[in-house]
Design a binder for this molecule. Structure first.
Ligand code: SF4
Length: 188
């Protein structure tokens, strides 16, 4: 299925209770055949308002890290979230909400077929990689799962609260750049 068709279907989704409080469904944005995909936990207030992922202050910070290694959502990456509708008060998505929404993300993977997936924050890492995943212990490490490489780093919103972790995230992005040069054919 084309990703545009999938997006149109997702925009009408009412599979979980988050549809009652959302302004917009935040499906995702970026290059449809990106080799690198970023996955966060869910939209915040700015994202809900605009219908686009990572467009608030944390999104601006993410853009800086992307630019530092020649990545951008306009040219070579795709960005999405575990849940496509904003959880009220920016709480973590409930397990049943993540479960209801994951089929959309799985279909996005099937359309995009990324070689590398970067999980932004604990919620995405635990959902995508391992329920016991610890960001502070395992950020920046690559794990292979069904032919795709997964890595996790701190969520940019957490970095705004705890800037002390910014150098660690920069290191993770340097690792990411190295991995891209090793296994991706078209990213740069
Ligand atoms: S969060 Fe996901 S499953 Fe729930 S209504 Fe929104 S798109 Fe549908």
């Amino acid at each position: 299925m084309e990703i545009d068709v999938l997006q149109q279907q997702c925009l009408a989704c009412r599979r979980c209770g988050l549809c009652e409080t959302r302004t917009n469904v935040v499906f995702g944005m970026g290059v449809p055949d990106a080799e690198v995909m970023f996955v966060g936990e869910g939209p915040g207030a700015s994202e809900d308002e605009q219908g686009l992922p990572f467009v608030g202050r944390s999104g601006q910070l993410l853009n800086h890290y992307l630019e530092a290694i020649d990545l951008s959502r306009e040219t070579n990456v795709y960005i999405a979230n575990i849940v496509k509708c904003r959880p009220p008060q920016n709480r973590d998505p409930l397990p049943e909400e993540s479960q209801a929404c994951m089929p959309w993300l799985r279909q996005q993977f099937q359309c995009i077929r990324p070689k590398i997936v970067v999980c932004l924050g604990r919620v995405a890492a635990q959902q995508m990689m391992d329920p016991g995943f610890s960001i502070s212990r395992d950020h920046g490490k690559f794990f292979e799962k069904q032919g795709t490489l997964f890595m996790a780093t701190y969520h940019p919103a957490a970095l705004l609260r705890y800037p002390v972790n910014k150098p660690a995230v920069f290191g993770d992005f340097v690792n990411l750049r190295e991995k891209i040069t090793q296994i991706c054919e078209h990213t740069y």
